[in-house]
Design a protein. Structure first.
Length: 272
């Protein structure tokens, strides 16, 4: 083989491998699909176009506004989908959009599974209605109009914007946490950086552990929406009798507390 023939052969092999790895295998890699092509959002948009739902909630491991923008771009028009964070790195939440009775759907990517405790508490069937082909896939679940809420005698409204309507401490959860579920009703548009805190304290008020989190996109929530938030509060091995749980809300950019309406304190007590 001549030198020119050898160079031509090498060039052809390089070109074939470039096509194979650069245009076929590389785009199909899960990391590439997640970080570069966001094909899951595209698949979701296509599915919703063919199977529209009156209420849509999308699970996402770490919501950013660019995610909603990507979904809107793929869908081709504005939408009022709500977004809830899910997956192994977050505690998790579920959203039940305000509705007059229309059916809802929950889209869950395989990389952002919803905590089974939330599914059980919210009454969402564990069996999905649909799972997309390919990888990463997403599953579609039936979303009830409203979860069953252990109601407080009187809701507690924070700064006129969001009301705590109920809470419960779950029995089937890891023993190293106090598994608190809180139920909220949105009253007004929320600040985009809203967070909740739960402080575990002694009777004297000494802080033992805490959990901060708000695993839904506040700016996407609308008045009338119901939010279910899971708070896995770390449980000390030597937890004393008579401990207290103190719950409140704040904005993370300036650490300003949202005060409960009609209350002098910036938090409320949760009875264990």
């Amino acid at each position: 083989m001549t030198v020119y023939g050898l160079l031509l052969t090498v060039s052809l092999i390089t070109a074939v491998r470039t096509v194979q790895y650069g245009f076929i295998r590389w785009p199909q890699a899960v990391e590439t699909r997640l970080n570069h092509y966001q094909t899951t959002f595209l698949d979701m948009a296509r599915y919703w176009q063919q199977n529209p739902a009156e209420r849509l909630v999308i699970a996402d491991p770490f919501f950013e506004p660019i995610d909603a923008a990507s979904f809107r771009r793929n869908l081709g028009y504005e939408n009022d989908a709500r977004w809830a964070q899910a997956g192994p790195e977050v505690a998790g939440a579920l959203v039940f959009p305000q509705s007059d009775g229309g059916y809802g759907r929950l889209y869950v990517p395989e990389y952002a599974p919803v905590n089974p405790l939330l599914f059980k508490a919210a009454g969402i069937p564990a069996e999905s209605l649909y799972r997309s082909p390919g990888s990463p896939s997403f599953a579609v679940y039936a979303l009830p109009a409203r979860p069953k809420i252990p109601l407080l005698p009187q809701p507690v409204t924070f700064a006129g914007k969001i009301s705590l309507t109920g809470y419960e401490i779950l029995g089937d959860a890891p023993k190293d946490v106090i598994p608190l579920l809180t139920y909220w009703r949105v009253e007004e548009p929320l600040p985009p950086n809203l967070k909740s805190f739960v402080h575990l304290t002694t009777e004297a008020g000494e802080l033992l552990t805490q959990f901060d989190g708000f695993d839904a996109a506040p700016a996407r929530l609308m008045p009338g929406d119901i939010l279910v938030q899971y708070h896995p509060i770390p449980r000390p091995a030597d937890l004393p009798e008579g401990y207290l749980l103190q719950l409140g809300l704040y904005t993370s950019d300036d650490n300003q507390r949202l005060l409960p309406d009609g209350e002098p304190a910036d938090r409320i007590l949760i009875v264990p």
